[in-house]
Unconditional design. Structure first.
Length: 69
């Protein structure tokens, strides 16, 4: 029985790169305006969450000072 011919390492890498290139061509990249809007949204949400956490921390510190004395 004849064994199937195995492809070489470099042939497999080349095939993988071709497939990768084909997949990258399917990607719809966002425009600069969309990136800007999403960046502003993420930074704003991060700052708001930081403020909420800081306020929560201050309330807990105040409560602990009242309890402990």
């Amino acid at each position: 029985m004849a064994e199937p011919k195995k492809s070489g390492v470099f042939q497999r890498i080349a095939q993988w790169c071709k497939g990768l290139k084909a997949e990258f061509q399917k990607i719809i990249w966002p425009d600069k305006e969309k990136i800007y809007k999403e960046t502003v949204t993420v930074v704003s949400a991060t700052v708001c969450l930081g403020v909420v956490i800081a306020l929560f921390d201050l309330v807990l510190q105040y409560g602990m000072k009242l309890l402990v004395g």
